[in-house]
Design a binder for this molecule. Structure first.
Ligand code: GUN
Ligand code: FE
Length: 439
């Protein structure tokens, strides 16, 4: 039984936050069963005695307990790429990303980086992510092994890429047949094992031949139990390239042609889309990963969240490491707020925390398992320290209500605010209590 200030969401609170969309228990309690699933959530004084008696108390009183953060787009292969200077997408891939990804032909490198990557996620309060490893089978095996060892709910799949020059000659699938065989082998080995999910992962249209995308669409329809993830409409030069290579009404329309839209599919970025694309994404149940730190760092553009949500598209938040500049979804929300401010849009803290938790789970089609503290869900949660830094502590002291405090946490918080991270009720990350201000 975990004691603390408990906040979780039942749906999107929107831009004029709807108080029916969340539950806040202050002081609250979360009861987790021996199997790591939620048994009860509510106010501390209401814990049913039959659940409370005999349970091990875990005292996080004074801290904020939220569902584990969900990262809707990230690259496990780009740990060493973060903060690479001076290029936009297509040049940045050639100069920094592809050289780094070549190292994942080594099983030992794949294992070492995957472990480091997952521990870094836990330290940021992230418990679930949909992840791009590399084109190498070893990178996928290592990633799933390390995720399984930590008990984390993770989605990933072998990166598929077979068209030069957007896939370099020494970092591409030998043939579409081999790419499909490798993918099927990895699906058999990992899909639905423990908390692991296989996501078919064509890198993006420019690095794909028509035959590769055909194979992807065919497999995705043959196997309605699989997920799909890729990049879309991130950068203007990329969008022009896709038009030259594939024609089509739009970038999304090209993916539509290959039957890739649908439930359990995630399109990272999707900045350069129009209302017809949004309607198609919404109708088909396809999701977008909004990656603000990446979109700013690579100079890609400003994502229009209100238009996407207004059209009914599922949207999660992605850090997009290594184009993104922080593993923290709090830091990502801080940048999301600014991206939306530049477009005269608002991001209230309640909507921000929804996007980082249940919204991400809905975008990844895992909200039947995680995303909030509904009874029966898997108990992944993150404990946040309101006063992790002197700046935060000072700001909290003058805040007049909960939503003002939550907004300050979203704007000023990062890994330093993560006090502990739990996976299936087990503590997987622990950090010493926050700094003391001089009195
Ligand atoms: N588009 C294709 N590959 C990538 C990648 O690795 N990162 C980002 N941000 N965009 C991509
Ligand atoms: Fe990416």
């Amino acid at each position: 039984i975990v004691y603390g200030t408990v906040l979780h969401f039942l749906r999107d609170p929107g831009t004029q936050p709807d108080p029916q969309a969340w539950q806040l228990f202050d002081p609250g309690a979360l009861v987790v069963g021996a199997d790591g699933h939620v048994e009860w959530v509510g106010a501390e004084q209401d814990v049913p005695p039959e659940l409370g008696n005999g349970a091990t108390p875990i005292d996080h009183r004074g801290n904020l307990v939220v569902p584990g953060f969900v990262d809707a787009h990230i690259h496990a292969s780009q740990v060493d790429v973060i903060a690479s200077y001076g290029e936009q997408l297509l040049q940045w891939l050639q100069k920094y990303v592809f050289p780094a990804e070549k190292a994942f032909s080594s099983a030992e490198h794949s294992r070492m980086i995957s472990g480091l990557f997952l521990d870094t996620l836990l330290a940021a309060g992230t418990t679930t992510a949909t992840v791009h490893p590399t084109v190498h089978k070893t990178s996928v095996d290592a990633f799933f092994q390390e995720a399984q060892a930590r008990g984390m709910r993770m989605l990933a799949g072998k990166v598929l890429m077979d068209r030069e020059p957007y896939a370099p000659p020494d970092l591409k699938d030998a043939s579409v047949q081999q790419a499909e065989a490798d993918t099927r082998e990895l699906i058999d080995r990992w899909h639905q094992k423990d908390r692991l999910t296989y996501s078919i992962t064509p890198r993006f249209a420019p690095s794909s031949t028509e035959q590769l995308l055909q194979m992807v669409g065919r497999l995705y329809h043959e196997r309605p139990d699989l997920w799909l993830q890729t990049h879309a409409a991130e950068n203007k030069e990329e969008v022009d390239t896709v038009h030259q290579l594939f024609g089509g009404r739009s970038y999304i329309d090209v993916y539509d042609r290959y039957q890739m839209l649908g439930n359990r599919s995630v399109y990272a970025h999707s900045i350069y889309i129009d209302d017809q694309d949004r309607t198609r994404l919404s109708q088909t149940g396809s999701s977008i990963a909004f990656c603000p730190t990446s979109n700013l760092f690579l100079g890609s553009g400003l994502f229009d969240l209100d238009a996407a949500r207004g059209a009914g598209v599922r949207v999660g938040l992605g850090t997009d490491i290594g184009a993104g500049t922080s593993y923290s979804l709090l830091a990502t929300l801080n940048e999301a707020y600014k991206v939306l401010a530049l477009q005269q849009q608002k991001l209230p803290a309640m909507r921000g925390f929804y996007l980082a938790t249940l919204g991400g789970a809905e975008a990844l089609y895992v909200s039947d398992r995680i995303g909030n503290f509904q009874v029966g869900k898997e108990a992944d949660f993150t404990v946040l320290d309101w006063a992790a830094t002197p700046v935060l502590k000072r700001r909290m002291d003058v805040a007049k209500d909960f939503q003002e405090r939550l907004f300050a946490l979203m704007t000023l918080g990062d890994e330093r605010a993560v006090r502990a991270t739990y996976v299936l009720g087990q503590r997987k990350y622990d950090r010493p209590a926050g700094v003391q201000l001089p009195s």
